[in-house]
Ligand binder design. Sequence first.
Ligand code: ADP
Length: 205
Amino acid sequence: PLQAIMGSAELLQSGLVREEDKLEFIGRIRSESSRLVALIEDIIHLSQLDEHVELPTEDIDLFERAKEEVRILTPVADEKNISISLHGDAAVVEAVPQLVHEIIYNLCDNAIKYNVKGGSVDITVGSDKSKGWILVEDTGIGIAREHLNRIFERFYRVDKSHSKETGGTGLGLSIVKHAIETMNGEIKIESTEGKGTSIQVFLPR
Ligand code: ADP
């Protein structure tokens, strides 16, 4: 992103950009700056997780948290004509609030980002005696088998050519995996190319 920001700024400064094109260059500086901020934030989150600092836990209802993430992401889903809905019941776990946010937000954001126009995202929350869980199902592009065990690696992206359009950093799922490990949870993923992906996260109660 920095190359694009510097390139656009230099061109604007040189006076070579036509008046009617200026807004486009300014827009590019803005969107590339947002990508850079997202990237830096993700790197900071990951390095904090790498430090293994003991983070304070509290009782968290996964259903209430998911409701909040759905509220934040509904405008993003609306823009792509994707329906997002929440099902299930209260599921209280003892967990780190910031990490639970990162997990649910990243999974739902991906389910929207890698979906198709008119598709859907279904989030279900539930619990049993020992754990609470959240399931995120999408009707998106899916992930081919050969990529499935690599998508949790840092900076790994299936389709690198579209990274600018989707605006991702390739770090979201690494953060999810790390956060789950920190809280002694588990993650399961199933995906079919062209059909969709479902990811379920279990956290001890
Ligand atoms: P990104 O910032 O690229 O979204 P992530 O670490 O969150 O990074 O995901 C890594 C890669 O896994 C993505 O680039 C994408 O190719 C793939 N991926 C993640 N979630 C989904 C999904 N729900 N459907 C299809 N592909 C996905």
